[in-house]
Design a protein around this ligand. Structure first.
Ligand SMILES: *Cc1c(COP(=O)(O)O)cnc(C)c1O
Length: 362
């Protein structure tokens, strides 16, 4: 029997990319599929999106290689660029588009033998202060990269927003102004928007937008859900009831006896635990869906199991479906209960969770 399973709705994924494209009809889409497509499965997601997007973006060289192995032929942007000379050589051969964010990476590009041409993205530090060239370096580096013999069609400009998920934060306007100012008059495509900017700031979208989390139907905005932006949750994390037990009033359940029943009830045991990536810190009261109704998580989440209070009148059965999160039990407020964001819960699911794909042909 399959227990812990992440069901990925490819029709919802396509719905989301269409919604995002409608938001910014003049921007091409670079679908961000780093981290195994935020835990959804890189190859399936990339194939489902390939006819809707201009290119893909990943964080690590190996992630890009995997997409090529899976038959993805579109450009693949390396968001932090190449980390050594070998990766740089291979990136050119495999048609990757590295971001160039430091002078060492320029040096590796200078060493290429020129057999292959390469498109590049110059990273501008407009205020994140994590990666990228300082504003006063941008012009000279861009000119230099444009003259490299290996340069193919363009050296584009990228920058990353630090506060776009906080509506009204003036940092976004500051970063936008700096980006506009420093790239003024220079030739090359521009890309600034992440999901948050794509959903709220048409003035930021430029030639190519880089949505990640919104593709998966999850909002980047704290206190909200993807549904409010017309997005559909792509992942349903589900499992099964593997035991149903009568439980006396006052008895504890699980490690440390954290929770005690205040009445006689039925406890459901679910095959899902921190070994699957469901956080151990998830507190009593977290909503879990069993046979269409919401019941509370009770007691400590253990490695392979968690327990729910099914209520005294429960008529559930072993093998019944349990939904930890999904379209009918959104991940965003669940993530907030453990002080994190949907991104982290999605990406931290372990290999023990089976990925399955539905609605692939719609
Ligand atoms: C991850 C990432 C994105 C996507 O961000 P979302 O908030 O998931 O839309 C865009 N650009 C860069 C550079 C990234 O690292």
């Amino acid at each position: 029997m399959i227990t812990a399973e992440a069901v990925i709705d490819l029709a919802a994924l396509k719905h989301n990319i269409k919604v995002l494209s409608m938001h910014q009809p003049h921007s091409k889409m670079i679908a961000v599929v780093k981290g195994n497509a935020y835990g959804h499965g890189g190859s399936h997601v990339a194939h489902a999106l390939s006819s809707f997007v201009d290119s893909f973006a990943v964080a690590r060289f190996d992630e890009a290689c995997q997409l090529r192995e899976y038959g993805i032929t579109q450009p693949i942007v390396l968001l932090e660029g190449c980390f050594d000379q070998t990766e740089t050589q291979e990136a050119a051969r495999l048609g990757f588009q590295p971001v160039v964010q430091n002078d060492q990476q320029i040096h590796w590009l200078e060493q290429l033998d020129g057999q292959y041409r390469i498109n590049l993205w110059l990273k501008v530090d407009t205020g994140m202060h994590r990666l990228g060239f300082h504003l006063e370096q941008v012009r000279s580096r861009h000119q230099h990269l444009c003259k490299l013999p290996v340069m193919d069609q363009y050296v584009g400009f990228v920058s990353h927003l630090s506060c776009a998920d906080e509506s009204g934060n003036i940092q976004t306007d500051r970063q936008l102004q700096r980006f506009n100012h420093v790239t003024e008059g220079l030739v090359g495509p521009r890309s600034l928007a992440n999901s948050a900017a794509l959903l709220t700031r048409p003035d930021i979208c430029f030639d190519k937008a880089r949505p990640g989390i919104a593709l998966y139907g999850v909002t980047p905005f704290a206190g909200h859900c993807g549904e409010e932006n017309g997005l559909k949750a792509v992942m349903t994390l589900r499992s099964k009831l593997i035991a149903i037990r009568t439980h006396q009033c006052g008895e504890p359940v699980g490690y440390s006896g954290l929770w005690h029943a205040s009445r006689e009830t039925m406890i459901g045991v679910v095959a899902m635990g921190y070994g699957d990536g469901y956080p151990r810190t998830m507190p009593t009261g977290t909503p879990i869906q069993v046979n269409g109704r919401i019941v509370p998580l009770v007691g400590r989440v253990s490695m392979d199991m968690l327990t729910v209070d099914l209520g005294p009148d429960a008529s559930d059965h072993i093998g019944d479906e349990v939904i930890l999160w999904g379209p009918t039990n959104p991940v965003e407020p669940i993530a907030e209960r453990v002080g994190t964001i949907g991104y982290e819960l999605l990406i931290q699911l372990t290999n023990r969770v089976k990925r399955s794909y539905i609605n692939g042909c719609s």
